[in-house]
Structure formats: C-alpha cells, structure tokens
Design a protein around this ligand. Structure first.
Ligand code: SF4
Length: 414
C-alpha cells in the first residue's frame, strides 16, 4: 500500500476504531460509520471481484490497457471479460475525421491476441454527424452484441442544433464528444441487452486522477448509471452494475511500468511521439500538436479548420482556428520530425495513415499464462519515448515492451 492509500486507510478505519475504543462505543452505536451513499467509494484500489461479467472500455490507449491488466492481475478470469470500443467516427464514413484510422483495427488485433470478445458501439455517423446536427434529432446508437449489431433509434430525443466543435471544458454538456460518443453509447449498450439482467456486472474504465482536477474528484467505485438494484427496491430489470476505475490512483509512470511488465507495445500514437492515443485531432490538442498534424496530415487539419470557419466558433477559446494556431508548422514540429527521422521503423510510419492495423507482431501481448513474449520483427525496437520527460530517469520506458533481440531499443532525447 503506498503512503497516500495508507493515510486514507488510517483516516477511515484505524483512527475511528481507536476513537470508539477510547469512548467505549461499539460500531453499531456509530451511525456515521455507515456510508452516506451505499456502494460509493472514493478509494477502492482493491475490491472483491465476485462479478459475472467485466466490461472493459478499451480505447486502445495506455490507461485502458493498464486497467485491463490490473483486473487480470487481481485474478479476474479472462473468460469473463469483454472489451468494448466506442467508434468516435462511427462506421459510416470511409475517412476518419477525428480518430486515428487504425485504432479500431488495433483493438481487433488486441482482442484476438488476448482471446477476448470485442464489441464496437457508436453513434451513427459519428462525431461529424453529431457536430452537424441542425434542427434535428441525434442519430441512432449502434451497439455490437453477441448476436450482431443492434440499431437503437432516438425517438424520444428533442430536435436540436450543434454546429460547433465540443469546447474544452470539464462539463460534459460543453465537451459533448465524451458524453454523446462514448458515455451515452456505453450506457445504452448495457441497457439494451437482456443478458445483463440478473447479473452482477463490473464496468471498467481507465481514468486517472492525475489527468485533471476534475478526474481527481472521481470515485473509484460506485454504482454505474445503468444499475437498477440500488435505485429501486423491486426493479423491473434487476441489474447490479458497478463502475470501477482501477487505475484511478496510479501515476503515469506506474501505468507505463504495467505495460512494460506485460510486455505490450504502446499503440502507434505513443510510438510516434504523442502523449495520448485518443482522437488524433482531439479538441485538447495543443498548438504544437496541431502544427504537427498540419505538417504531416494537412488534409486533417484543413478539414477541422474549415468547419471552425463555417461555424464561426473555433475549438480554442482564443478564437483561432487550428490552422491559425499552427503557423510555423515546420519549425514547431521539429521534435516530431526528429523522432520520425531517428526512428528505425518504416512500419510505424506507414501505420499512421493506414486503416488496417498491420503491425501484428507489435501488439506483442504475452498471451495469458505465456511466459515468454513473442519475438518481434526487425524494427520493433523503435522509439518508445512518449512522455519521456515525465518519466524518472532510468525508468526502462518501453524497454519491457521491446523484446526484440535483433535491434537495439532507442530512446530519443526530446
Ligand atoms: S479524445 Fe478528445 S475529441 Fe476525442 S472524444 Fe475524447 S475529448 Fe473528444
């Protein structure tokens, strides 16, 4: 137990017990010992895993991978885990608008590697469809189930207009992409499936408190919004669903270490120098990232910028379009350019624009119970330097992921 957790344990268990002994009280005399909100725990790094099913929301980024590993490390049977991936751009358009083109297929290959079922779900027409909503209802939710894709219409929704990008805010109403494209879709995916009725379900996500002041306040364990058994004494569809954020308390370094221990290669966005693997054109991208995108993927930055002009509202609160924020593209993207130049992997560079995830061996997940990692192909020692500046010196970041004896892992000094 780390210091922070042990302090919390002292505050909540040891000290109250000592106080009760001091005053000669029994636990039953202390009403305040009952939690104010049953099932809600601010800190719950270790819980009893007596669940029938664990749904792991798998974005393909390091934190959701770590959340999955955390669950497996605590002995939850892999056979009762399923991975859910929300398609930010939907499946209707041929081209990606926000997300990396290969990330969906990365999740497919990952699930195959782990021998776990993977279900896609999405808002029909994705991010762009929702953004262009004009005096109309939101599109249907599309939910992958063991019996195929189910389309759930939104007949009860009110007609409304968006015609602007989500804004950089903690509020999910303003930053509508997270709620409309992920949270609502995930919620609907639970409630529309009879197979979760009379089951105890663990809904696992990979947020970390370190990421933002808003996430710092998250509870680690609480009833999920789809839970019915704690909302009603006699629910029509009894469903016990807990939302668990197993890596909420972990640092970024600890997460990378978990991936190292698991010997799993970081997804391509990290290998290309990004700090996150969520949407390629995420609304939270800084100017330097936009400069990089404008330089290497000009069509992606142009598409975003044109909509900002059309809407008269930019992503940034300073009113500048993403192209205006990236005027010195070549100069500003020098770090990325240097990484690319120093990289030894043509495959990773090719992958960045390719929809099918082709770096099969690079997923390199040690199959469960398998001690030795797969041998990776030439070039697998390619950079693993995302966020290096925030890692402790000497942390073998990526070293565990790199198990190819034939090439020497490189660490880039950026
Ligand atoms: S990664 Fe960024 S753009 Fe994509 S859904 Fe999340 S906040 Fe929105």
């Amino acid at each position: 137990m780390n210091n922070a957790l042990s302090d919390t344990y002292d505050d909540r268990v040891i000290i109250p017990d000592a106080q009760m002994n001091l005053f000669g009280l029994e636990p039953k005399d202390i009403i305040a010992r009952q939690p104010a909100m049953p099932g809600v725990f601010f800190d719950a790094p270790d819980i009893e895993l007596d669940y029938d099913i664990a749904v792991v929301c798998m974005s393909g980024g390091k934190d959701s991978l770590a959340a999955l590993k955390y669950l497996l490390d605590r002995g939850f049977p892999a056979s009762r885990i399923e991975l859910w991936h929300h398609l930010v751009d939907g499946q209707e358009a041929a081209e990606s608008f926000m997300d990396w083109p290969f990330i969906d297929d990365y999740c497919v290959k990952l699930a195959e590697s782990l021998n776990m079922p993977l279900y896609f779900s999405w808002l029909k027409h994705g991010f762009k469809g929702e953004m262009l909503k004009h005096n109309s209802r939101s599109h249907s939710h599309m939910v992958g189930t063991p019996d195929g894709i189910v389309e759930l219409t939104r007949d009860a929704a009110k007609e409304a207009t968006r015609r602007k990008f989500p804004q950089q805010a903690a509020s999910l109403q303003t930053r509508w992409c997270s709620s409309a494209l992920k949270i609502d879709v995930g919620r609907r995916a639970v409630t529309c499936q009879e197979r979760f009725i009379d089951k105890k379900v663990l809904f696992v996500t990979g947020e970390r408190r370190e990421e933002s002041s808003n996430r710092a306040k998250y509870n680690q364990l609480e009833p999920h919004s789809t839970d019915t058994v704690r909302k009603s004494a006699k629910p029509l569809k009894p469903r016990h669903v807990d939302a668990w954020r197993p890596v909420l308390h972990l640092s970024e370094e600890e997460v990378w270490q978990m991936l190292c221990d698991w010997r799993i290669n970081p997804p391509v966005p990290y290998r290309l120098g990004g700090g996150r693997s969520s949407c390629q054109t995420c609304i939270f991208n800084g100017d330097r990232i936009w400069a990089t995108i404008a330089h290497y993927w000009p069509e992606r930055a142009q598409a975003i910028s044109q909509y900002e002009e059309e809407f008269g509202t930019a992503i940034s609160r300073n009113g500048k379009t993403v192209i205006e924020r990236a005027p010195w593209t070549l100069m500003m993207s020098w770090r990325f350019a240097r990484q690319v130049a120093m990289s030894t992997s043509c495959q990773s560079l090719f992958q960045r624009t390719n929809r099918g995830y082709c770096l099969l061996a690079r997923i390199a997940v040690c199959r469960l119970g398998q001690v030795d990692p797969p041998i990776l192909p030439f070039g697998a020692g390619f950079l693993l330097c995302a966020r290096k500046g925030r890692l402790q010196r000497g942390t073998p970041f990526g070293a565990g992921v790199i198990s190819n004896q034939a090439c020497s892992p490189s660490r880039l000094d950026v």
